[in-house]
Design a protein around this ligand. Structure first.
Ligand code: T4K
Length: 424
């Protein structure tokens, strides 16, 4: 019988698993009555948010570089120790703006082990993404492999600080300098993270953050470009607003990538609670680390204790030989329990359209290994010790009975779907 272990943050009962018969995939009751998501938005200070929403309605200033957007930009720039911050409606458009403002074309070197938006931003502008393999330990673009991909058409390197763990900025900056390439970073995951004590935000020519609902600091939808380059900042700022640099002066091509005041109100409120959410993420991460350390074949990705991290991603690698079960079977086991663990970023951008059909298949053995092994587990304010212990108990029981699970799960497996979440 499943042992009831207690209520989670939502107050719903959570049942820990003790034996194979308890597993839902083998006929037991799901551990969670409601889905436990990865990426559940953190909604912290509702009163403050509603106050701000009331203010903006009273003010009747709803968008177009309003006071909350400007306040958010100042707050972010101050936190990150960077000269300029330009808030946008999402990070994908922020990437497109900065690529355009930096006059990039031709080819840009980028990892394939990332969210598809990183490559789509390039492709949308007619720039060819050239996929580079990653370092198996850091999951970030491997600088040792970058130089071999440089051609006369290469104009930039776009690194991604995956899971909030910063790239090897020094090595990439060295390559960029020697080959006169622009260096940019997709820092969608890395708000509040540091490298050698310096906050992510000021590396390369510019960095891009996401404030999407699923990020630990969110603006419903939102993004931000940060840079110390005055000219680049001015260009991004104009391009965000149709190229306007005055009431009726248009200085460049532009788009509409403005952040609304409602989003900025959420962003500011969320940013004020950032340290509290990091503390929760850190506690959850430590709890997972204590428990998962007992499981053979499961490696929890570490964060550098000397640096600042937001701990918003709890990522494990499943070694199918050592664990006795592969990642997809474990994901199916968890899903049957209503734990919606995600296999970010399967199958790798180079194996998605349009890249799969339009590019010669790149040699990315490490990316392909990782996209078969990585699983993201729930954390944030939606998960607490009860939930984490229940998730651990599911994994522990499944791994202990691996051969039994393998045989029976293959007959009962639900269809795979990692294309995006469906609303409740
Ligand atoms: N670069 C990188 C490296 C990125 O990771 C991202 C985005 C970007 C660039 C682009 O940033 P934005 O343009 O989005 O600002 C999610 C997010 O939509 C995406 O922002 C994020 N990365 C990516 C890693 O994850 P999906 O396809 O996983 O979304 P979805 O709808 O499945 O949501 C994830 C989970 O969260 C689900 O289990 C449901 C739950 N959820 C989601 C939303 C939106 C909620 O409980 N409530 C909600 O409101 O992409």
């Amino acid at each position: 019988m499943a042992r009831p272990s207690g209520p989670g943050p939502t107050g719903a009962p959570v049942a820990a698993k003790n034996s194979l018969e308890d597993l839902a995939i083998l006929g037991g009751q799901p551990a969670f009555p409601e889905p436990l998501h990865v990426g559940r938005p953190n909604v912290m200070n509702r009163e403050r948010l509603l106050e701000r929403l009331n203010d903006l309605l009273d003010r009747r200033w709803l968008t177009n570089n309003g006071p909350y957007v400007q306040e958010l930009e100042r707050a972010l720039a101050a936190r990150l120790g960077v000269k300029h911050c330009v808030a946008t409606c999402n990070a994908t458009l922020a990437l497109e703006l900065v690529l355009r403002a930096a006059d990039l074309n031709g080819e840009v070197i980028v990892p394939s082990f990332t969210f598809v938006a990183t490559a789509h931003a390039l492709q949308w502008l007619g720039i060819t993404p050239v996929f580079c393999d990653v370092d198996l330990a850091t999951h970030n673009i491997d600088p040792d492999l970058v130089e071999a991909l440089i051609t006369p058409r290469t104009t930039a390197i776009l690194g991604v600080h995956l899971w909030g763990r910063p790239c090897d900025v020094k090595a990439l900056a060295d390559i960029a300098r020697r080959h006169r390439l622009t260096l940019l970073f997709d820092a969608a995951h890395a708000l509040g993270c540091s490298l050698s004590g310096r906050m992510v935000g000021g590396f390369g020519e510019a960095e891009v953050f996401s404030l999407h609902a699923t990020k630990f600091v969110n603006a419903f939808e939102g993004g931000a470009v940060t840079t110390n380059d005055d000219r680049l900042a001015a260009r991004v700022r104009a391009m965000r607003n149709f190229g306007f640099a005055g009431e009726d002066t248009v200085v460049s091509v532009g788009t509409n990538a403005k952040m609304s005041e409602a989003s900025a109100a959420m962003g500011l409120t969320s940013l004020e609670c950032m340290d509290d959410v990091i503390a929760i993420n850190r506690r959850n991460y430590a709890h997972y680390r204590r428990l998962l350390g007992n499981l053979v074949g499961i490696r929890l990705l570490p964060y550098d204790e000397r640096e600042r991290s937001n701990f918003q991603h709890v990522v494990v690698e499943v070694d199918p030989v050592a664990a006795g079960l592969d990642r997809d079977t474990l994901r199916d086991v968890l899903r049957a329990e209503n734990v919606l663990a995600r296999r970010y970023f399967h199958p790798g951008v180079h194996r998605m359209e349009p890249y799969r059909s339009s590019l010669a298949r790149p040699h990315l053995p490490r990316t392909e290994l990782l996209t078969d092994r990585v699983l993201s587990l729930p954390t944030g304010t939606a998960a607490g010790p009860w939930e984490i212990e229940a998730v651990y108990s599911i994994l522990r029981v499944a791994l202990a009975g691996a051969s039994e699970v393998k045989g029976r799960a293959s007959r009962a497996a639900p269809p795979a779907n990692d294309g995006g979440g469906s609303p409740p």
